[in-house]
Design a protein around this ligand. Structure first.
Ligand SMILES: *Cc1c(COP(=O)(O)O)cnc(C)c1O
Length: 385
């Protein structure tokens, strides 16, 4: 059959797979263990840490969407990041972006302190610094694009090509985009991973992760480690995430329509100093976003006039934007990176990364846009009184 489009792959994942009852939606298999057919006669699954039918269906669906060879479902996004670290020995070097997800930054810096590998932190848009980092012949280069919370982009194809030229593998954190908006494996990367907690599940009721490799052999090596360490995702979470996945393409459409409207609204509002959103024509990497992404996503941040006092009033007055960490759910969330998602970073490091006290991040949900803009309007006005 011809190649399926996104929405078809997402919706049809696991459908018609029940041979016994013809259940349209795949069952959730909670059993921890599976009976052998007889002495030394194994079935496909034997123990749920190693393999589980519900998890396998979800893994296959994401691998299909990312167009990779093998998918591995992990217990959290962070355990997917940790799984990648299993590829490194104490003499190996890994290059990470200076503005990667705070949890990833914490993991890499603390493991490096214990000398499990050498760590090089670099601004991948600084070509001289990147070239210098790659001269150390790293085993692995991590990319995250767009970045959190300032929505900076990295040219994935270009960095990947440079990394491959020195023999490094490339892993891309695709959490902010989802496979609907960006497919790093098609840009040359070897590994793509997600916190499924965000857009893929999309309903803020699962914490999970997934990792997809371009090549089968690398996938099998990582799957071996995932079972060995015991970080594979649960059947129940896999079931929920698979259910969320079915509406991912249509959710992303609405997320984006709303995000475009919110960004345009913020940009013209007198309480707003600056908006960071790749979909705006004045974003420094607007052209790159158009080139490597299928669309601009629904994450944005902005500088509010009036400092942290104004930020407090804004949060207090908003009704349809919940003050909470995380992102990618159907509901709109608002956060203060300095005291929330990036609190683990020292203030000096925050400022170096461009995170000020008046920076506010929004995960734009799929509520009615008229209500969202009216809410933002009254709260922004109040913040400046
Ligand atoms: C949330 C997040 C993670 C970590 O995922 P968890 O599911 O919270 O463990 C990693 N990378 C990015 C970009 C994230 O947003």
């Amino acid at each position: 059959m011809s190649e399926k489009k996104f929405a078809t792959t997402a919706v049809r994942a696991g459908i018609n797979s029940d041979q016994q009852h013809g259940a349209v939606i795949p069952a959730i298999h909670l059993s921890s263990t599976y009976a052998l057919k007889g002495f030394n006669e194994k079935r496909q699954f034997d123990y749920s840490r190693t393999g589980n039918p519900t998890r396998a269906t979800f893994a296959q669906a994401i691998a299909d969407l990312e167009q990779g060879a093998l998918g591995i479902v992990t217990s959290t996004g962070m355990s997917a990041v940790h799984l990648i670290c299993q590829l490194l020995s104490p003499t190996d070097t890994i290059v990470i972006p200076h503005d990667c997800y705070g949890g990833s930054f914490r993991l890499f810096t603390h493991l490096a302190k214990r000398e499990l590998f050498n760590l090089v932190v670099v601004d991948q848009n600084d070509q001289a610094a990147l070239t210098q980092a790659l001269a150390k012949k790293p085993k692995l280069v991590l990319i995250e694009s767009p970045s959190n919370p300032l929505l900076r982009l990295v040219d994935i194809a270009s960095v990947t090509e440079q990394a491959h030229n020195v023999g490094a593998l490339v892993a891309v954190d695709n959490t902010f985009m989802s496979p609907v908006l960006q497919q790093p494996l098609l840009l040359g990367a070897d590994i793509v991973f997600h916190s499924t907690t965000k857009y893929i599940n999309g309903h803020s009721d699962v914490v999970g992760g997934v990792l997809v490799t371009k090549e089968q052999a690398l996938g099998e090596e990582l799957a071996w480690w995932a079972n060995c360490i015991g970080i594979t995702g649960s059947a129940f979470d896999s079931f929920l995430a698979l259910r969320g996945l079915k509406t991912l393409p249509i959710r992303m459409k609405q997320h984006q329509e709303n995000a475009n409207a919110v960004a345009a609204f913020l940009q013209q509002h007198s309480a707003v100093e600056q908006v960071y959103f790749p979909g705006l024509a004045d974003h420094p990497q607007h052209a790159l976003a158009k080139k490597q992404q299928h669309d601009f996503g629904a994450m944005m941040s902005f500088e509010l006039k009036g400092g942290v006092e104004a930020v407090k009033v804004l949060f207090d007055k908003l009704e349809f934007f919940t003050l909470a960490q995380s992102l990618g759910g159907v509901e709109s969330l608002i956060s203060h990176p300095s005291t929330m998602t990036h609190a683990g970073m020292e203030i000096k490091a925050q400022l170096a990364a461009g995170i000020t006290q008046s920076l506010v991040r929004i995960s734009v949900g799929i509520e009615d846009i008229d209500d969202m803009l009216a809410d933002l309007s009254q709260a922004l006005d109040a913040s400046q009184l």
